[in-house]
Design a protein around this ligand. Structure first.
Ligand code: C2E
Ligand code: MG
Ligand code: MG
Ligand code: MG
Length: 292
């Protein structure tokens, strides 16, 4: 891109060069502005959480929810996590944002548990920087105390690459979290480099098969074979297997036939606010039970 810009600048003279230089920088300028807004977003209350149901395939019951961070920017409107989480990581802001997410997720999950009398588990996504934070364990302990959420109702989602960055450190940290009673899940499994036999070394409860495989199980035999293998091997090493990004009936059928434990995706429900979720649990009890 930069090469093309230089080439065109040479072809067309100086003014074009300035034009393309401005163009080239516009992305980093946008990032800079966005990072600046990100810094203020917490204080200005622009973040909120949505929760996506997770369903147990044995009985079709909702057993958990995953917290998804949302940013409602004052001028730009809704901004996708894929656009701002990396930025929050780079700037280090993820530490304070992550704390906020953890606290809100536990507080709202406790609210839903109380209001609906249903002991739902809540999953919270952790990024690499949070996982390296020496205060992570104490922050989680404190959050559980402050919100009243039972430790076993909290699940932390981390990716394989985070584990593989520093295996010994990760093992130590996961063991500490496990001792507290918190559950652990591997997110986006299949997209990184770790092997399942390697995961055996960690006290993991659940692996989440990445949605890129799930969305092709009905059309691409290779992806179907990979998904099948992950389910079988996950079970061999004593883990539950969750499929994320389930959108179609055929995908669900495949997962049922292959003994997947839990599912999550638009086929069942998009992420909902805590209010929407509790309303639906109370007003439509069948919402908690999916009849495939
Ligand atoms: P993820 O943890 O793998 O979350 C799943 C993403 O897939 C979510 O996107 C969810 O809305 C979306 N999704 C759910 N069902 C379906 C489906 O049936 N089809 C498709 N195509 N997509 C589905 P979202 O909310 O945009 O989040 C994207 C990523 O941002 C998450 O991926 C997670 O890595 C990150 N993220 C979100 N919230 C947080 C957070 O609080 N903290 C951190 N560190 N990362 C977060
Ligand atoms: Mg996740
Ligand atoms: Mg995922
Ligand atoms: Mg499909």
């Amino acid at each position: 891109n930069a090469d093309t810009a230089m080439y065109m600048a040479k072809e067309n003279g100086r003014n074009t060069f300035f034009f393309y230089a401005a163009e080239m920088n516009s992305q980093s300028l946008e990032q800079l502005l966005l990072a600046n807004d990100l810094r203020k977003a917490l204080k200005q209350n622009e973040f909120y959480l949505k929760f996506q149901p997770q369903i147990d395939l044995r009985n079709g019951g909702m057993v958990g929810i995953e917290a998804m961070l949302r940013w409602n920017h004052s001028d730009l409107g809704e901004i996708q996590p894929n656009r701002f989480i990396p930025l929050a990581e780079e700037t280090g802001l993820i530490l304070s944002i992550g704390r906020w997410v953890l606290h809100q997720a536990c507080k709202q999950a406790y609210f839903i548990q109380q209001k609906c009398g249903k002991k739902l588990r809540v999953a919270v996504n952790l990024s690499a920087k949070q996982f390296q934070d020496p205060k992570l364990v104490s922050a989680i302990r404190q959050t559980l105390q402050e919100t009243g959420l039972p430790a076993e109702s909290l699940e932390l989602e981390i990716t394989e690459s985070i584990l593989m960055e520093n295996v010994e450190k990760a093992q130590h940290l996961l063991n500490k979290l496990k001792q507290m009673g918190v559950r652990l899940a591997i997110d986006d499994f299949g997209t990184g480099y770790s092997s399942l036999s390697y995961l055996r070394e960690f006290p993991i409860d659940r692996i989440k098969v990445d949605k890129s495989f799930i969305q092709k199980v009905d059309t691409h035999p290779d992806d179907a074979a990979i998904a099948k293998a992950i389910i079988v091997m996950g079970h061999i090493i004593g883990m539950k297997v969750v499929a994320e990004g389930v959108e179609q009936k055929e995908e669900l059928k495949f997962l049922q036939q292959n003994d997947c434990d839990e599912v999550q995706g638009f086929y069942f429900s998009p992420p909902l606010t805590a209010e929407e979720l509790s309303q639906r649990i109370l007003n439509q009890p069948e919402f908690c039970f999916f009849q495939p």
